[in-house]
Design a protein around this ligand. Structure first.
Ligand SMILES: *Cc1c(COP(=O)(O)O)cnc(C)c1O
Length: 394
């Protein structure tokens, strides 16, 4: 076993060796600019980008012309929200999103408010799911867009995407989903689910950092989008800038592998996740944050009652886990996701996310179970308030 054990696959994933092999030639011999029209260097790069575009599209059930490459999901989200707001502002200025979204969505929505948009931030229920009736009620005449993430990055909770899309369309609004955590992990099809725009990122699915995409529907309806990065007219004018060819090649390969291996991988990981979760729940004073049914197969977010998660994480130096989103953990605020689900500050501060991945082994999970049990027991034995609390319960 190699230490530390990596159980933070929602923050980022290791690049699969097969992805790396696919990428390497595009740093060396095949270093052309995909926009160079006059020589083989350019043609070779363009051909590789075309293949990757096809691989990404296949994983989503889209066509390759509907894929716009970006630097990652954050950029794709900015392009979707700001690009739609600008393109449809004559129709309306109202956008609906949800309080448990990733900061990339929440902060972009706040930016749109500064530009004159009206944004409704829907609450969630205790299990992390949105209330479809509240969504329905929030739709008004000028609602142009509903933006709800597919799977949550902290809890793994999966929203009812197809139903949300249906509600959006019934009110003449478009539907965008930040599917960064779901793509490649669970079956997803933009046609069947009625998704109009969708953001994804290579580094959450065993591809490289710095590559991602926005899916933009081209028919039924054809979605209009105002570019947010102007320049040489790359990506059909929607996103200018020289393409990150090696990154895009790796992204495409990562999509192909996920499509092939998703079923086996999710079966394997959900049984390992359940083993970890059940063992820790059985040891007591531990509970699951979020729905246990509408949830990604490889994630569990657990509250260790009476324990400060940061302290627990620091004592387990050979296990890499996190107390929430890597993007928000620079701040010491308790998780906005767990707080929105009605958890107290104390409960949110006692919670840890375990994110399993393609390279997680049974041996590692067994080690993690022992380590977490041992350290939680130790920390509680040191805590006088915990002893008082336990006596109070008895
Ligand atoms: C990681 C993540 C993002 C940001 O993706 P980047 O490619 O790192 O910009 C956005 N949304 C969710 C749900 C994520 O998990």
């Amino acid at each position: 076993m190699d230490f530390p054990i990596y159980l933070d696959n929602n923050a980022t994933t290791r690049v699969d060796d097969r992805v790396l092999s696919a990428m390497l030639p595009y740093f060396t011999g095949k270093y052309g600019n995909a926009a160079s029209r006059n020589h083989a260097f350019g043609w070779i790069a363009e051909e590789a980008v075309d293949l990757a575009r096809e691989q990404v599209a296949q994983l989503l059930g889209a066509t390759s012309r509907e894929i716009v490459f970006t630097s990652g999901a954050t950029e794709a989200i900015n392009l979707a929200l700001k690009g739609i707001f600008e393109a449809y502002k004559n129709k309306g200025n109202h956008i609906i999103t949800c309080v448990t979204e990733h900061k990339a969505v929440l902060d972009t929505a706040k930016h749109i408010e500064l530009l004159g948009g009206k944004v409704t931030f829907l609450p969630v229920k205790e299990d992390g799911l949105i209330d479809l009736q509240l969504l329905e009620d929030a739709c008004t005449d000028p609602t142009i867009l509903i933006s709800v993430m597919h799977a949550n990055n902290e809890t793994g909770v999966i929203q009812p995407i197809a139903k949300i899309a249906e509600i959006a369309h019934a009110h003449g609004a478009l539907f965008f989903s930040d599917a960064t955590q779901a793509v490649g992990k669970i079956p997803l099809n933009v046609e069947q689910m009625g998704i109009d725009l969708l953001a994804l990122s290579a580094h959450k699915m065993y591809g490289p950092k710095g590559a991602g995409a926005l899916y933009v529907r081209r028919r039924n309806p054809r979605v209009k989008l105002i570019p947010q990065i102007d320049g040489g007219g790359h990506e059909r004018g929607i996103r200018s800038g020289t393409l990150n060819v090696p990154g895009i090649v790796g992204f495409g390969k990562a999509c192909e592998l996920c499509l092939e291996e998703m079923k086996n991988e999710s079966d394997r990981l959900s049984s390992l996740r359940d083993k970890l979760e059940n063992a820790l729940l059985a040891s007591g004073d531990c509970s699951v944050n979020g729905s246990k049914t509408a949830r990604l197969p490889h994630v569990t977010n657990l509250a260790f009652h009476g324990i400060d998660a940061e302290t627990l994480i620091a004592t387990m130096q050979n296990i890499a886990v996190s107390s929430g989103s890597a993007c928000a953990s620079a701040s010491l605020e308790p998780s906005h996701v767990l707080k929105s689900m009605g958890r107290s500050d104390e409960m949110a501060r006692s919670s840890i996310r375990f994110g399993l991945g393609r390279f997680t082994t049974n041996e590692e999970i067994e080690f993690a179970i022992q380590k977490v049990k041992q350290e939680t027991h130790h920390l509680r034995s040191l805590s006088s308030t915990w002893k008082l609390h336990r006596e109070g319960i008895r």
